[in-house]
Design a protein around this ligand. Structure first.
Ligand code: PRE
Length: 356
């Protein structure tokens, strides 16, 4: 067996040496890009370029590695190269171990400075103030719908959206001991409790359910108190040394959360983009129909439509609309121009690459 392995391992060593040489060459090129950018004060993080690189890698992938795995490797390569130009700071809803932190790594790779914040408001504040270069905030969950606080703050602040990340959300029930003996309360973020209600009703109907600020906070509580069970990601459980009682307990096995990357960057078209808008119309019959007509006229697809009360006591609404394409793409630009004329309020939240 060893005789057969030896020559194969020698070949792997030789390939690794080549990979390392190529990586160093790539890193030096990124450093040069960094110098050029520094001269013109150009932004280091370019999500549209990174999306193009990752799409090209998947298209060129000859196998046998899976496209998603090759993309993960290249995301980390770009992350490390980018950090030679500048290590970007990204604010997210903490503490460490939340799905928001996972979303940060999914978008930026591991070579970033994560800035855990206590609330979604704080993520917006840190990003607006420039304490963080970017922020990552939850926008919607496939089972529970929109995260209203995020929608309200997108309307109210000067940040724009420069990317989106969608991640699978799998919840586990965890305790300090890995068993449910002596447990009287289960803690989690209210969204997670809602996403696991069928499981909890079936298996633990007698347990008190307590909503806390985040699933990671629930994990911290469970790590300090054997009477507390937490619902959180296994990543959070591992971070706080919890034992898993049951995994994948969310009612919807395909449960996902979409996150937005917010900042001050305006991205240029990547070829496969989406544009997010907030609109309002005067409260009269047919107004919403007329508002959206330009999208159909110019063949622009709407992928999301969400309404939020304007909170002025007048039964007026803001509409959060996502359309396919970049605001600089000709049909989108035309449609937006006409939409703006029909709307009593119009704000482009951002155009950004579709998540992979
Ligand atoms: O092409 C650039 O603008 C780079 O800075 C290089 C690079 C990369 O490593 O490929 C790194 C960071 C950017 O976000 C995009 C790409």
């Amino acid at each position: 067996m060893t005789d057969k392995l030896k020559p194969l391992r020698e070949q792997i060593d030789a390939v690794d040496a080549q990979i390392l040489d190529l990586l160093s060459r790539r890193a030096r090129l990124a450093q040069e890009v960094g110098h050029v950018k520094a001269e013109t004060n150009a932004p280091v993080f370019r999500p549209e370029r990174e999306a193009q690189v990752l799409r090209a890698v998947a298209e060129r992938n000859p196998g046998p590695l899976k496209d998603a795995d090759v993309q993960t490797i290249f995301r980390e390569i770009m992350s490390a190269c980018r950090s030679l130009e500048k290590r970007v700071t990204v604010a997210y809803l903490g503490p460490a171990g939340t799905f928001s932190e996972q979303a940060v790594y999914q978008q930026f790779g591991r070579a970033v400075e994560g800035l855990p914040c206590v609330s979604i408001d704080e993520v917006f504040r840190a990003t607006e103030a420039g304490t963080a270069d970017f922020g990552v905030v939850p926008v919607e969950n496939s089972s529970e719908g929109a995260i209203n606080r995020t929608l309200d703050l997108m309307l109210a602040t000067t940040t724009s959206i420069s990317g989106e990340v969608s991640i699978p959300v799998h919840h586990s029930l965890m305790t300090k001991s890995g068993s449910m003996e002596g447990v009287s309360v289960v803690c989690a973020h209210s969204q997670a409790l809602a996403q696991c209600q069928v499981y909890l009703n079936t298996h633990y109907p007698q347990l008190e359910r307590r909503a806390v600020a985040s699933n990671a906070e629930a994990a911290v509580m469970a790590s300090n108190d054997p009477s507390v069970a937490a619902i959180a990601s296994e990543m959070a459980g591992a971070q706080y040394q919890l034992g898993v009682v049951a995994g994948h307990i969310q009612d919807d096995p395909h449960n996902r959360t979409r996150f937005a990357v917010i900042g001050h960057l305006k991205t240029t078209p990547s070829g496969q983009d989406q544009t997010s808008l907030v609109l309002a119309v005067p409260n009269k019959a047919g107004a919403v129909y007329n508002l959206l007509a330009p999208l159909a006229t110019h063949g622009v697809s709407m992928t999301r439509f969400e309404s939020r009360p304007a909170r002025m006591g007048t039964w007026e609404y803001y509409f959060y609309v996502d359309v396919e394409g970049h605001e600089q793409d000709e049909p989108v630009a035309r449609a937006l121009h006409e939409l703006k004329d029909n709307a009593s309020f119009f704000k482009v939240l951002g155009s950004y690459p579709l998540s992979l």
